[in-house]
Design a protein around this ligand. Sequence first.
Ligand SMILES: Cc1cc2nc3c(=O)[nH]c(=O)nc-3n(C[C@H](O)[C@H](O)[C@H](O)COP(=O)(O)OP(=O)(O)OC[C@H]3O[C@@H](n4cnc5c(N)ncnc54)[C@H](O)[C@@H]3O)c2cc1C
Length: 391
Amino acid sequence: MIDRTQVGIIGAGPAGLTLALLLKKQGVNCIVLENQSRAYCESRVRAGLLEQNTVDLFNELGIAGRLNKEGLKHEGVIFSFNGERIRVPFEELTHGRSITIYGQQEVVKDLIAANIEKGVPILFGAEVYNIKGIETSPVAFYQQDGIEHQLSCDFVAGCDGFHGISRQTLPADCYKTYSKEYPFSWLGILAHAEPSSDELIYAYHERGFALHSLRSEKVSRLYLQVENGDTIDNWNDEKIWDELAVRLGTKGFTLNRGKIFEKGITPMRSYMIDNMQYGRLFLAGDAAHIVPPTGGKGLNLAVADTRFLAEALVDWYKNESDDQLDAYSANCLRRIWRAQDFSNFMTYLFHKQAEHGSFEYQLQKSRFDYIRLSVAQATTIAENYVGLKAI
Ligand SMILES: Cc1cc2nc3c(=O)[nH]c(=O)nc-3n(C[C@H](O)[C@H](O)[C@H](O)COP(=O)(O)OP(=O)(O)OC[C@H]3O[C@@H](n4cnc5c(N)ncnc54)[C@H](O)[C@@H]3O)c2cc1C
C-alpha cells in the first residue's frame, strides 16, 4: 500500500477526479481516496448540464471523446410562464457559446477511466475518517476492507462533497458560512421517454415550477416543484405525468410519457463558506458550496475550482511560489458568488412562492416579460447560463 504522495485527494466525484487529471498532466503525483465502490460512483444520477468552460476543459484534458459524440449540444433554452413561451438563443447572444447535456454519471465514468489509464491510483472503498497535521504536514487516515491506513501528503484536496470530512476539519473560526433553505423541493424523474422538446423548458405555472430536461434521444429528465416534507409515496407515476403535462402545457405541446426508472425528492439549498483553505488543506466543489440546481451550476463550479487549485499547486511545485495558493479562495469565490446569484435568480423566477395574482406573482411575471422585451436582459441570462469565460 502506498503511504506517501504529493497531493492526497479525498473524493472521486467530478472535483476530485478532474483535479487528479490536471495534476497528473503537469507531473504532480496524487492518490484519490473514495469511500464508495467504483460501480456506485459510476451510477450515481445527479447533474447533467455542462457549461462551455467544462466541455472546453474536458477537451483540453483529452477525455471528451464520448462527450463530443453522445452529449447533446444546446444552443438555446425555453422559458414558459403560465403557458406563454419565449426562447433565449444563447449561442446567438454569447458569440457562439453553448451548453451540453451529458449525465454526471457518464462524466464520472470517463474521468475514472482516464485516471486509471494515466496511472493515477484511485482507492475505492477507502473512507477517510480523520485528517491531521493540516498546518504543515497532513496525514489522511482511512479505512479500507476493515484495515486502517495512513496517507502522508504535501497537500490534501478535500473534494468529498457536502457531507465529507474535509470541511469539518477546517478550524471553525477560519470561515464564515452563508446558508439558505428554500421553502420547496424538487421531485425528479428519469424516464424511457423520447424528449418532448429538443431544448430544456423551464416553466412557471400557478400550480408550481416544472422543468423538462433530457439525458439522451431516448431518455427524459423531468422535475416538479413539491412542498418540503413531501414524500415519493404521494406520487405514483400517473400523477407525476399528469402534473408535468399541466405545468409544461402550452398550445400544440404534447408531453411524451414512458416508463419511469428513477425518481426522488431533493431539497433546495444554497450554502457556501467564504474561505476554502487552511494550512495545507484545500476544499473544492460541493465540499465548500451548494447551489440550488435551477441554474445547472453545481458540477460546473466543482470543475472550475479544480482548475484554480491545480494551477496553484503546480506553481508551488514548479516555482516554489505560494502566491496562487494564497489566492485560491478569492479566485474561486468570484465565480461561486456569481453562480449563487444566478441560481437564486432562476429559482425565484420560476418557482411558485405566493398566491397567483399576488404582488410577488406580478413581479415574477414582470421579470419574465422583461426577458421577452429586452435583448440586454436575455443576454445577461444567456451569459450566466452558459457560464462566464473568465471571472
Ligand atoms: C440528488 C442531487 C441532484 C443534483 N442535481 C444537479 C443538477 O441537476 N444540476 C447540477 O448542476 N448539479 C446537481 N447536483 C449537484 C452536483 O451533482 C454536484 O455539484 C457535484 O456532484 C459536485 O461534485 P463534487 O466532486 O464536488 O462532489 P461529489 O460528486 O459529491 O463527490 C464527492 C465524493 O466524495 C466521496 N466522499 C465523501 N466523504 C468521503 C470520505 N470521508 N472519504 C472518502 N470519500 C468520501 C463521496 O462518496 C463522493 O464520491 C445534484 C446533487 C445531488 C445530491
